[in-house]
Ligand binder design. Structure first.
Ligand SMILES: Nc1ncnc2c1ncn2[C@@H]1O[C@H](COP(=O)(O)OP(=O)(O)OP(=O)(O)O)[C@@H](O)[C@H]1O
Length: 220
């Protein structure tokens, strides 16, 4: 089993410190939930781990081997916050490029595959396309999966199905998932990390989310 280690991430925009004391460890078989207020740097952190954003400093390693570009090879897969699939190509064709052949039978049995496989990215609804994209990334070959807001835009019944799929895939993969639907994150995650003022707080009790000002008391 491999371990992804993210440490000492520092990110600034125009001299404004966004991330300064960030450390996350994720083992294969583990689901890490990442929470935080708007603009705290969740998407930036996932982009840094994947190698799309160059910070002031980063240490990202798998089994202590430094990873400069997570997108190279099959070590990581990433679901960006916004739709990413190109138009004009059937979704079945795109999925074949991404989905692990071992997972292909399970992937093609998903209702969202049946619904979208013969369409292009322009044809499904926004939520349907989001669900398809998320399932594709989760069923990819990568050992570690980074998901930026997979629950946003999908309906509750799809969210339940997605959580089941995430749990099933986490038997073989490490997953870091962020979303503002914190109840789905709390439900699906083995461990929860809060990004607060540029630092990671490791949450041991949901009360911590109130203490750090992420949840108001009435949400308990
Ligand atoms: N290209 C950029 N130039 C300048 N500032 C940026 C840039 N990209 C992001 N930022 C700033 O960095 C901070 C973190 O942004 P990021 O998108 O990572 O936050 P987030 O936690 O994912 O937010 P949200 O939950 O609203 O999606 C924000 O204050 C944002 O305005």
């Amino acid at each position: 089993m491999h371990t992804l280690k993210v440490d000492s991430i520092q990110l600034e925009y125009d001299g404004r410190k966004i991330l300064q004391d960030v450390h996350v460890t994720c083992r294969q078989g583990e689901i890490i939930g990442l929470l935080g207020r708007n603009g705290c740097g969740k998407s930036s952190l996932l982009k840094i781990i994947f190698g799309l954003l160059k910070p002031t400093y980063k240490y990202v390693a798998i089994d202590d081997v430094f990873i400069k570009k997570g997108y190279q090879g099959n070590c990581m897969a990433y679901l960006p916050q916004h739709n990413y699939l190109p138009n004009g190509i059937r979704l079945q064709k795109l999925a074949k490029l991404v989905v692990d052949p071992d997972f292909w039978p399970a992937f093609t049995q998903l209702p969202i595959y049946e619904l979208c496989c013969n369409k292009t990215a322009a044809e499904p609804s926004g939520g349907q396309l989001r669900h398809f994209e998320t399932m594709m990334v989760i069923h990819s070959k990568a050992d570690f999966i980074l998901l930026d807001e997979p629950f946003t835009h999908i309906s509750p019944i799809q969210a339940e199905e997605l959580k089941e799929v995430i749990r099933a895939c986490a038997k073989r993969k490490g997953i870091i998932v962020t979303d503002h639907q914190y109840y789905n994150i709390l439900d699906v995650s083995d461990r929860v990390i809060l990004l607060d003022k540029g630092c990671t707080k490791h949450i041991t009790d949901n009360e911590d989310l109130v203490t750090y000002g992420y949840l108001s008391g009435i949400n308990r």
